[in-house]
Design a protein around this ligand. Structure first.
Ligand code: ZN
Length: 139
């Protein structure tokens, strides 16, 4: 895989510097069977330094969580050497198993097998509440 360009795939750009690994894990990219390149500390006019992830295949990937982790990230879809789509990811309506409820009385602290689900309650303030006990996520 050529690091500079991919023919068909997804480029996750403008990741905050040093955050690529976190994004990689959140998207479970280790489960993919195609090439994935992590570029850290790339020079950026806009950001000074940034990270980039290149996925060498046009796969159907749920990128919603990126809107929560880093709203400045841009997604580029590459087809036949051309960028056919570029967009920012909106805040997801719900987040599953990324943040944990800190309320000790919440059912998720006793029922270990339950998913930690947070629902978007305030888009402007980027606030999420636990689906079970309605505790706010502490961001
Ligand atoms: Zn809770």
């Amino acid at each position: 895989m050529n690091i500079d360009s991919i023919k068909n795939g997804i480029v996750i750009d403008h990741i905050q510097a040093k955050k690529a690994l976190e994004i990689y894990k959140a998207l479970k990219l280790e489960e993919l069977d195609c090439s994935v390149a992590l570029i850290t500390n790339a020079k950026s006019k806009k950001m000074g330094r940034k990270d980039i992830i290149k996925i060498d295949k046009n796969i159907d990937l749920d990128l919603n969580i990126l809107g929560y982790l880093d709203p400045n990230i841009t997604i580029n879809i590459i087809k036949d050497d051309k960028r056919v789509e570029k967009y920012h990811v909106e805040l997801p309506k719900q987040i599953i198993n990324i943040i944990k409820c800190k309320n000790p009385r919440c059912i998720t602290s006793t029922e270990q097998e339950l998913s930690h689900i947070f629902i978007l309650t305030d888009k402007e303030k980027r606030k999420y509440r636990c689906k079970y006990c309605e505790s706010l996520s502490d961001e």
